[in-house]
Design a protein around this ligand. Structure first.
Ligand code: FAD
Length: 291
């Protein structure tokens, strides 16, 4: 199918984009990489009368160090994140995750802001934003806001974004030196959306877990952080038994849906296996990390 007719506007600055969005209200929709929006237009599931193409807003396209962390502009493409030496050095878990996003052609166009705004519960970037405690910056004509990632994703394809609010950048606070990490995803074929995925970071102090983070996707209506399991891991000496118990607790904590790809029960089974494997890998990397 082809989209319903729309007018096409192409602002050259963020100020101009925000003004256009305010002027056209609910008639307007932002176009970034188009990888999620254009299929929805083609199937006529969305019929905006105006598309505001932000691809010429150069000030939204950047990737810079900030302290030990990173600032990532909303127009930064998935492939730029995947191949950035700065990302690989500071957040190798993000590099690993981005390699699982769709196919190269889609990663060449898809953007950070587009993926976060689209809020697919089986998308890698929202899960990474949760794992890495990202701050999501937004702007509209009236205000600038900063959202904690955990408060941003409200449901399937639903975020805290208000009408005509633009995601401008995300800020990732640095990870402590020596943090181990792991990313484990199960999909039917390479490039497919995940059936389930797990990302973990582990920091050890004197042989015990000082901090554990566990984020999952594909197993609830939003990506999730398993705060209870993280708290149970803290202070423990890592072992195979501990990883197995955490995996069982993770399996019991998630609330997956059954869909055409997999049953809820199968997703729970995957969660246990992926969490156990992710914890073992993250602990191993933490033990062997340079300090
Ligand atoms: P667009 O399609 O341009 O926009 C998506 C939505 O976000 C629209 O509602 C738009 O108005 C809004 N929007 C865009 N930018 C902003 C902004 N800065 N501020 C506010 N709102 C904004 N993704 C994955 O994570 N994992 C996958 O495995 C995966 N597989 C895919 C497979 C296929 C075949 C396809 C077509 C897509 C797949 N995707 C996957 C989605 C892909 O990552 C998209 O790039 C991403 O979801 C949307 O980014 P975009 O820049 O293309 O946004």
């Amino acid at each position: 199918m082809k989209p319903a007719a729309f007018d096409y506007l192409r602002p050259a600055s963020l100020d101009e984009a925000v003004l256009l969005l305010a002027r056209h209200g609910s008639d307007a929709k932002i176009l970034a990489g188009g990888q999620s929006l254009v299929p929805l237009l083609n199937f006529r599931m969305l019929r905006p009368s105006i598309l505001v193409d932000i691809n010429r807003v150069a000030e939204l396209s950047f990737l810079r160090a900030e302290g030990a962390g990173l600032r990532i502009g909303a127009l930064t493409r998935h492939h730029a994140l995947e191949t950035s030496p700065l990302v690989r050095e500071r957040f190798p878990v993000l590099t690993a995750a981005m390699g699982h996003v769709a196919h190269l052609a889609i990663r060449n166009r898809g953007t950070t802001g587009g993926s976060l705004s689209h809020a697919d519960p089986a998308a890698e970037l929202p899960m990474m934003a949760m794992l890495l405690d990202a701050a999501i910056h937004t702007r509209s004509a009236g205000q600038e806001r900063v959202h904690a990632a955990e408060a941003f994703f409200l449901g399937p394809l639903t975020s805290a974004l208000e009408e005509n609010e633009v995601v401008t950048e995300i800020v990732l606070p640095g990870l402590a030196a020596g943090t181990g990490w792991a990313f484990e995803e199960f999909a039917q074929r390479s490039g497919d959306f995940a059936i389930a995925a797990v990302a973990a970071t582990i920091r050890l102090e004197r042989g015990r877990i000082a901090e554990a983070r566990l984020a999952l996707m594909g197993v609830d209506e939003t990506p999730v952080r398993l705060r209870g399991v993280e708290a149970d891991l803290a202070g423990q000496a890592p072992s195979a038994d501990l990883a197995r118990h955490a995996a069982e607790a993770a399996r019991d904590a998630v609330r997956p849906n059954t869909d055409l790809k997999a049953s809820a029960e199968y997703r729970r089974h995957l969660v246990a296996g992926l969490v156990e494997r992710a914890l073992a890998t993250a602990v191993d990397r933490a033990r062997n990390a340079p300090r």
